[in-house]
Design a protein around this ligand. Structure first.
Ligand code: ZN
Length: 152
């Protein structure tokens, strides 16, 4: 990846961490889950409003470091209007992107601006920050009542 593109990506992450989108309690939510990343101190609550099998709305509260906040912010934007199946597919692709080898040319399908996190896989300590919101969203979809921890 060119330095120019990396700068652009960092700018988007910075923008979302400073001015997070959809950071509020969603009163109409019919799914929610809490997530905690003890390694960094990130806390997030994810709210989802499901309409049939479509994510009609998504929001979050909490946060932590820039990466975890930006990830939650971008995730809520991306999820809106997606089917449950699509949401799980994007989660899987995102997880592969974050934990996989750096890919120079191969684009992961359907990730769009989530590609901004592709550099995170070079920083293992940041992987849990970037995936916390997603694991928590997945727990909300699975209706798991157990609090999410990124520590395994
Ligand atoms: Zn963090």
């Amino acid at each position: 990846m060119s330095d120019e593109l990396m700068d652009l990506y960092q700018e988007l992450i910075l923008d979302h961490s400073k001015r997070p989108r959809n950071k509020r309690k969603l009163n109409e939510a019919n799914r929610e889950a809490d997530g905690h990343n003890p390694l960094c101190g990130d806390h997030v609550t994810i709210y989802l409003k499901l309409d049939g099998d479509t994510v009609a709305d998504a929001s979050f509260e909490g946060g932590g470091c820039a990466i975890s906040t930006a990830s939650a912010s971008l995730m809520t934007e991306v999820l809106r209007g997606k089917s449950l199946e699509e949401a799980k597919e994007i989660f899987k692709n995102f997880h592969d992107l974050i934990t996989g080898e750096p890919r120079e040319s191969q684009e992961s399908p359907g990730l769009g601006k989530l590609e901004v996190f592709s550099g995170v896989c070079r920083y293992p300590a940041r992987v849990k920050c970037a995936t916390l919101a997603w694991h928590t969203m997945n727990a909300a979809l699975e209706r798991s009542d157990a609090p999410v921890k990124t520590e395994e």
